[in-house]
Design a protein around this ligand. Structure first.
Ligand code: SF4
Length: 68
């Protein structure tokens, strides 16, 4: 497991936003994720590229998810 900090994909509203999966809500509440878990980034600048990110990835498009 990896620790997920503020500013990283696991706590970003765009992480898997097009396909809500239970793991994403667990990651937000526990602030940790399996190293191998990936989700599609729904940020408008990445969506067309089908960017898959791990929970401890990040970018300057981070937006804090509403429910953590
Ligand atoms: S790549 Fe950027 S915009 Fe996409 S989920 Fe991660 S922090 Fe959010």
């Amino acid at each position: 497991m990896v620790h997920v900090e503020n500013g990283q994909c696991g706590l970003c509203s765009h992480f898997g936003e097009k396909k809500a999966e239970p793991q994403i809500f667990q990651i937000r509440s526990k602030k940790e994720a399996a190293e191998t878990f990936t989700a599609a980034c729904g940020h408008p600048k990445h969506e067309a590229l089908n960017l898959l990110v791990t929970a401890n990835s990040g970018c300057s498009g981070f937006q804090v998810a509403a429910h953590q």
